[in-house]
Ligand binder design. Sequence first.
Ligand SMILES: Nc1ncnc2c1ncn2[C@@H]1O[C@H](COP(=O)(O)OP(=O)(O)O)[C@@H](O)[C@H]1O
Ligand SMILES: [Mg+2]
Length: 493
Amino acid sequence: MGAATLDQIWAEAPTEGAAGAKRLRLPPAKLWLRLWAAYAALCFAGISALMIASGTLIDAQNYFASYTERTIADRFEAHAPLLRAAIALPEAERSHSVEAAAATIAANLLDLQVTTDLNGRFLLTAVSDPRVRVEVYGLSGEMLTQAAYTAGGEGAANPRRIRAVFPIAATDGRALGEARVDYAARYDFWKNVTGKAAWAVAMWPITAITSIVIGLTCGVVSARYVTSRLRRVDAVAARWRMGDFSKRISLASGDELEAHAERLNEMARELQTHLDLKQAVAVADERNRIARDLHDTVKQKLFALGLQIAAIDAKARSISKADGPRDDVFGDNIAEAEAITREAQRDLVEIITQLRPTGENNADLPARIAPIADDYMRRFDVAISVSGGDGLKAGPRAEVNLIRIIQEAIANAIRHGGARNIRIAFDRTGPRRRLTVADDGAGFDPQTIKKGLGIQSIEHRAGELPAGRAAYASRAGAGATLNVSWREGLADD
Ligand SMILES: Nc1ncnc2c1ncn2[C@@H]1O[C@H](COP(=O)(O)OP(=O)(O)O)[C@@H](O)[C@H]1O
Ligand SMILES: [Mg+2]
C-alpha cells in the first residue's frame, strides 16, 4: 500500500452536505450579509442606549437648572396679572375670580417648564412628581383662597421644598395682598430613565433606518477586507494542493489573519519537509531492496555460472588431453566466457556498492565518505585518500548529492580509467566550497566524450547544490579530475 497522495486525502474528506442532501438548502449567507446584520443590530442597540443615556443626563441637568426660586418666580410673574385683576375687583365679586386665578397659577406652576438649549422645552414632571400649593391673602392678612396640585398621586416622598411669598400690587403701586407659593419636588432617576426609554422606543423607525445604513456600510467594508485576504490565502492553498509548497502566503496586515497565514505557511513548510523525508526514506528503502535482490539473485547466479564455466573448462581440458594436445575449438570461447563473467561480477559489485545507503548523516562529510572509500579499496585494489573538509556539513540533501557524486567519480576512475590512485579533497575559495576527485587513470577528452548516465547524474546533482556546478578536467593518458563547487552557507532544507 503506497502513501496516500494529497489529492486522495482531499478526495476522501467528507464534503459538506453529502449526508444532508435532503435537508432544505438555503443559499449560503455571504460574509457581508452576516456582518451587516451584526453591525446593524449592534448599531441599533448602541444608538438606543446612547439616546437613553444622554437624554437622562440632559434632563437631570435641566431639573437642577429649572427647579429654583428664580424659575418659580418667573412662572408666577407670567400669570400674576390674572390674580392682580381678580383681587382688585370689588369684594362682593372677587371671591370666585380669585379662586380661579389661584387655580390657574398653581396648575401652570406644577408643570414648571423651562426653555432649554437642546430640546426646547423641559417639563419638571418628566423627572419628578411635584406638589404645588398657592395661597392668596388679602390686605388684612385673611386667606382669600388656596389651590393645591400634585403631579402623580401622593407626590414625591422626602421632597425638597421651595417657599416664596409674592406681594400683589395694583398698577398704581397700591398693595392688594400677597400670594404664598409652596413647591415640593424631588428628582426621580427611575422616572427619568423609563421616560427616556419610552422616548427611544418611540423613535425606533429612525434608529432602525440609521442602523441599517451604518451596518451595511461597515459590513460591506469589513467583508471586503476579510475576503480579499482570504482570496490570497486561497490562491496559495490552491498551489499547495497541486503539490507546489514553495509558495507562501504574505498578508502583512499585522492582525489575526496574518498570524493565521503564518501558521499555514509553517504547516506548508512542515508538510514539505515531511514529504521530502518520506520520499528520501522511500528512495533509500528501494535502493536497499534492489541492492539486496541483486546480491541474493544475480550475484549468486553469476558465481554459480563462473563455477560452471570453470567446470566446462576442466572437462574440456581433460577431453582434449585424452584426444591429444589442447588447441581445441572451445578454448577461446571458454576463456572469453570466463572474462565476461568476471566483468559482469565486477559490474554488479560496483552497482551494489553504489546502491549502498549513504550512512549516518550526523557525521561530517569526510567521515561519511570513509567507509565508502574503504569498500572500493577492498574490492578493487585501489588507493583512495580523503583530505580536507574536517567538520564539513552541507545539509542532508546536499550531502547525499555530494556522496553520490563521489561514488560515481570513483566508479568511473576505476572502471573507465583503470586508476590505481584516487585523491578526494575538499577545500574552500572565498565563499565557495570545492570538491575534487582526481585519478591517475587513462583519462579522456571531456569535449568529445559521449556523456553517460553517470556524468549526467553528476551534473544534475551538482545543480541541486546551492549555486553548484561540476566539470571534468582530463586529457587522454593524464588521468581525470572532477571539480564540484557550491556556495557555502546556503544550507538546503
Ligand atoms: N575517470 C575517468 N577516466 C576515464 N574515462 C572516464 C572517466 N570518467 C568518465 N569517463 C568517460 O566518460 C564516459 C561517460 O561516463 P559516464 O557518464 O559515467 O557513463 P558510464 O559510466 O555509465 O559509462 C565513460 O564511458 C568514459 O569513457
Ligand atoms: Mg559512470
